[in-house]
Design a protein around this ligand. Structure first.
Ligand code: HEM
Length: 462
């Protein structure tokens, strides 16, 4: 398995093998699902046995102490954490977060206007600030060092989710041999990452308790969690990882998805014209006002663009987030033993012309159908079955309001001296933009609108 661009590599194999194929990493069999049909049949319809996670000694134990919800095996601890997350992030609740998404997307526009060369960092700040508001009730500023620290740790961790990325995940028995730590090089990296992670959240919780004492804390996931005394059911580090999982799962994913829209707009401006027509009809062709959540029912192309950003050139989990099977199973004549790792071959499915007409094209209208308002329908970017992204509604709203406003106010043009490479996933690094692009405000009237309606949000401290 190549260390990078695994999605395009597995797509080639899928083209030869068909809807499923198997690979072996160490002693573990991995089954790759290459069509939405088999994803539905196995991960959705048989979710009660396909919703666990394999043991990743490096990613889930050493780096996470067994506390990262995303990587937890199917069981009581996962179930109780998932339930709390669902209660606070579900579709009805998601409205509570709209004021945060509103203020942060105004800030995003102001940053694109005043520091266009920092568009990628601005996307990261936006994504992080919404999720920090949702989880801790605080904002993140563009030059915030804790943001760099947090993204740095996440970037390093995410690499270990790819198949074959650590020898101890490929050969788990190595982790059980009582070597001295000095002889376990994977531990040097993993232990260090774990310590840095705990430290980041120790600081955040200290500040949260301080604000609660001072009476300055805003309503958020954690205040609800503490007020309802849900903390009694978990130890301190588990609580850090509940918050951390949400922040991690909600930051990078949103940041990268906005970058996908920027690339899609630069390479396929035809849809931008159609989306603008929609936006102009609602908000005025002379920048009369910004689009809001109340307008979304009249902006189907924008909602389609959100889904398309998740499907097109998937750069998050390009080979899927693997599920593990907990019981022997038989599917269409194939025997899958308990312990098999089963993943949706994300890049391959998304790029398959049998799944999507003209898959190379960024084309939001492919999603404009009766399922447009269901964030998880029509693609596999939020995963599947009982592990499907628990923040999918918050994510959909994060994306739709920011995309509506960006597309309404800015032009995105490819830089001919730096063509955008779409042959592989975009670089997921937080510090460097994934590609070069020229960003310009659409007109003096749009500039005036941003200055009038967004400056205050951008300069407010909390
Ligand atoms: C564009 C944005 C996002 C994308 C593409 C995304 C994608 C995913 C994927 C692929 C999974 C794993 C699904 C599986 O195993 O089948 C996942 C899990 C998860 N996501 Fe998201 N996510 C996004 C935003 C968010 C947000 C905003 C939050 C929190 C508010 C969030 C919280 C979580 C959590 C907690 C899990 C773990 C669920 C579990 O293991 O049971 N995600 N997400």
């Amino acid at each position: 398995m190549p260390p990078v661009a695994q999605g395009p590599y597995l797509k080639k194999i899928a083209a030869e093998k068909g809807e499923m194929f198997t690979m072996k990493f160490g002693s573990t069999h991995w089954v790759f699902l290459n069509s939405r049909r088999v994803v539905r049949e196995l991960l959705d319809k048989r979710a009660s046995i396909y919703s666990s996670r394999q043991s990743f000694p490096m990613a889930s134990q050493i780096m996470s102490g067994g506390y990262r919800t995303l990587l937890m095996p199917y069981g009581d601890l996962w179930r109780s954490e998932r339930k709390i997350m669902h209660q606070i992030l579900n579709g009805t609740q998601a409205k509570v977060f709209e004021p945060y998404q509103d203020i942060e997307s105004r800030t995003l526009l102001y940053e694109y206007l005043t520091r266009p060369q920092q568009w990628s960092v601005a996307n990261g700040r936006y994504a992080n600030s919404v999720i920090m508001s949702v989880v801790f009730g605080i904002r993140t500023l563009l030059d915030d060092t804790s943001l760099t620290e947090l993204f740095g740790v996440s970037d390093e961790f995410v690499k270990y989710l790819a198949p074959g990325s650590s020898i101890v995940d490929t050969l788990p028995f190595l982790g059980r041999i009582p070597f001295l730590k000095a002889l376990q090089p994977w531990r040097w990296v993993g232990d260090d990452l774990y310590r840095r992670y705990v430290k980041i959240y120790e600081k955040q919780f200290a500040k949260l308790h301080q604000r609660r004492k001072q009476g300055t804390q805003k309503p958020c996931f954690m205040t609800e969690f503490l007020d309802q005394e849900k903390d009694k059911d978990f130890n301190t580090e588990q609580i850090y990882f509940i918050a951390g999982t949400l922040i991690e799962a909600g930051s990078d994913t949103t940041r990268i998805s906005i970058a996908e829209v920027v690339a899609g707009a630069a390479l396929y401006p035809d849809w931008v014209q159609r989306a603008r027509k929609e936006l102009d009809d609602v908000c005025g062709s002379d920048a009369q006002r910004l689009p809001t959540f109340a307008d979304m029912s009249r902006l189907p192309i924008i909602k389609g663009a959100v889904k398309e950003s998740l499907r097109w050139k998937p750069s998050i989990a390009e080979t899927g987030i693997p599920h593990a099977l907990i019981q022997d199973d038989v599917f269409e004549g194939y025997r899958l033993p308990a312990g098999t790792v089963v993943t949706y071959n994300h890049w391959s499915i998304s790029e398959d012309p049998k799944e999507y007409d003209q898959p190379e094209r960024f084309w939001p209208e492919r999603f404009v159908d009766e399922h447009i308002d269901d964030p998880v329908k029509g693609h596999v970017a939020f995963g599947a079955g009982r592990r499907v992204c628990v923040g999918n509604r918050v994510a959909f709203n994060n994306m739709s309001i920011s995309i509506a406003r960006l597309v309404y106010c800015f032009d995105f043009v490819e830089d001919p001296s730096h063509p955008i490479d779409v042959s592989k996933p975009f670089l997921a690094n937080a510090k460097t933009p994934s590609f070069a692009v020229k960003i310009k405000v659409r007109s003096p009237a749009h500039e005036e609108l941003i200055l009038r309606e967004c400056k205050a949000a951008a300069t407010a401290q909390d």
